[in-house]
Design a binder for this molecule. Structure first.
Ligand code: PEP
Ligand code: MG
Length: 592
């Protein structure tokens, strides 16, 4: 809650805060707070000459909110009828209330505060007055009023990504949470590191940070808004520490540590051109997960054997409209060329969950991760899906493109997706548009129902790729983005390992290969388990690749198989975790 009276305390004492490390590296820089949550509206002083700009932002947010409410209203009118939809007319009236708008403008001028703060204060006063009126109608409207004002605030705070994109001082960014769409387009030169209060190792912001090679810590509380913006901090992405006002001694110590890390990195760098082969000669492909064109140089830099997962949704998330077919072809072709002589696996749009953008038209959902997501969205939007499939097929003329469908939970969905793919291929053929003779098609195994019917799915695809991030969250019922339950997100749980065992067996019995493209692949403690399960490919953020190769080269496949055989029967996740950690410490202590 905002506190009008208190200003941030000024202190120069060193203080330490601990969170979950999600992306390694050490950086020092000024702290920058981003407030994107309506509960975290803070007061910021503005200059008289800034008032006009704040009013413009306010009007733009009102307009955007109007359009959003109108869109929901129209959708409801066609689905459940005019009568129910008309409650949104009341929302629009509240939004357009001239006395409220004038009060906000008056506050901006008289108090010289930022518009979020002024708006929130006015809304509070208005809703209190409405509740105090002895009238049921107005009391109910107070609830609507809060609802509308949240939308306006969120739209005002849409500035998060604008702010992220227009930083002028290299900073360490701290926010309650960052949406994948916020991180997708950020300026890597200006954002030295990221810290969030929310999130876990497999939340998309964490994945993005690793992909950007940017030190990051999540699940870190107690700092947001407590210090002056610009306070010097040190972020330790190895240990998950944020050190406020680091002393000279701390900085010197960290300088030493960085040197040690650097020495390990140099050794790992030497593995770039090597293959990942276990000591008893089992070969595993190690490829990269990428999101945007800027990731391409990382493939060669880190020795990736192609791309095991292109998350295409980021090509849609970092702009205000969906890319056209030609734009997509252009991007996929660039990616296919950079992946040669290896493959590029293009995953069709995995939108939904925490990955949303207004132009994709996904409504608010109570359980977005169980909602309109991945292949469900694509099958519901054949217009977008066909454009993407046409673009992928056109890019397949490069010769090394494969395609993969996300969030499949049932064979019927896979068949439906394949049918549309066949139609698109036929259409291109009839138009004489070049495409590859054969395109390998895969399916992501990331929903328990898909894992349990993997033998059926295997007969209809050329490969499997396990999305362990989602598979674990759905198997253990642990929201991957919720820091409160992050401790229960346990990849070494026997249930998870058993499911993986089922899937690997189903793949191999049907003579198809199986990879893992979730974050398990990048966790060197878990790699002995994945190797022992018999997976053929590991795909992870490019920066993790040298570590993955180092781990595989130290593992004995037969020993790893026995380790897995013990873990799937174990009654204790902790015992599994301990044995895996001990194995990793014995085999490659320097990269832990
Ligand atoms: C996964 O779920 O493991 C995966 C790779 O997909 P995403 O992280 O994009 O959901
Ligand atoms: Mg997934």
């Amino acid at each position: 809650m905002p506190d009008e009276s208190s200003e941030s305390p000024k202190s120069t004492a060193e203080e330490r805060y601990k969170g979950t490390p999600v992306s390694p590296g050490i950086v020092v820089g000024p702290l920058l707070f981003l407030y994107e949550d309506e509960h975290l509206v803070r007061k910021r002083r503005i200059r008289p000459e800034d008032v006009a700009g704040e009013i413009t932002r306010f009007e733009a947010a009102l307009l955007k909110t109007h359009q959003q409410i109108q869109a929901i209203r129209n959708q409801l009118a066609s689905s459940i009828g005019e009568a129910d939809a008309s409650i949104f007319d009341a929302h629009i009236l509240l939004l357009e209330d001239t006395s409220l708008i004038e009060s906000v403008k008056e506050q901006l001028q008289s108090r010289l505060v930022n518009v979020e703060f002024a708006y929130e204060q006015v809304v509070r006063t208005f809703s209190r007055k409405m509740r105090e009126l002895n009238d049921d109608y107005f009391r109910e409207r107070a609830g609507d009023f809060i609802d509308v004002s949240r939308r306006v605030l969120r739209n005002l705070q849409g500035k998060v990504d604008a702010e992220l994109r227009s930083l002028d001082t290299p900073s360490i960014v701290l926010a309650h949470d960052l949406a994948p769409s916020d991180t997708a387009g950020l300026d890597r030169k200006m954002v030295l590191g990221m810290v969030t209060e929310a999130g876990s190792r497999t939340s998309h912001t964490a994945i993005m940070a690793r992909s950007l090679n940017m030190p990051a810590v999540v699940g870190l509380r107690g700092v947001l808004g407590k210090y002056e913006p610009g306070t010097e901090v040190l972020l330790d992405g190895y240990e998950g520490l944020l050190i406020i006002n680091p002393s000279e001694q701390t900085k010197t110590d960290y300088g030493q540590r960085e040197k040690q890390h650097h020495e390990v990195e140099v050794k790992l760098d030497a593995l770039r051109e090597t293959l990942a082969i276990t000591v008893d000669q089992r070969r595993i492909i190690v490829s990269a997960n990428i999101e945007v064109l800027e990731d391409l140089p990382l493939l060669k830099e880190h020795g990736a054997e192609g791309v095991g997962l292109l998350r295409t949704e980021y090509l849609f998330l970092n702009q205000d409209e969906s890319p056209s077919e030609d734009q997509q072809v252009d991007m996929y072709v660039q990616m296919a060329r950079a992946s040669k002589p290896h493959h590029l696996i293009i995953r069709t749009l995995d939108i939904g969950g925490d990955k949303k953008r207004p132009h994709l038209g996904i409504e608010m959902e109570i359980n977005p991760f169980l909602g309109y997501r991945g292949i469900r969205y694509s099958l519901g939007r054949p217009d977008l899906f066909r454009v993407q499939l046409r673009a992928i097929c056109r890019a397949s003329a490069e010769g090394n493109v494969r395609i993969m469908f996300p969030m499949v939970s049932d064979l019927g969905e896979l068949k439906a997706a394949r049918r549309i793919l066949d139609e698109v291929r036929e259409e291109l053929r009839s138009q004489n548009v070049p495409q590859a003779e054969k395109i390998e098609v895969g399916v992501m195994i990331e929903v328990p129902s898909a894992a349990l019917t993997a033998d059926m799915l295997a007969r209809h695809v050329d490969f499997f790729s396990v999305g362990s991030n989602d598979l674990i969250q759905y198997t253990l019922a642990i929201d991957r983005g919720n820091e409160k339950v992050a401790g229960l997100y346990q990849p070494a749980h026997p249930a998870v390992l058993r499911l993986l065992q089922t899937v690997v067996e189903a793949a191999h019995r049907n003579n198809i290969w199986i990879g893992v493209c979730g974050e398990m692949s990048a966790d060197v403690v878990l790699i002995p388990a994945l190797v022992g399960l018999g997976v053929d490919e590991l795909s992870a953020g490019a920066a993790s690749i040298p570590r993955i190769k180092r781990a595989i080269q130290a593992i004995n496949y037969e020993e790893a198989r026995q380790l897995v055989a013990r873990c799937v029967l174990s009654e204790s996740v902790e015992a599994n975790q301990a044995e895996l950690e001990q194995t990793a410490r014995r085999l490659y202590p320097e990269i832990l």
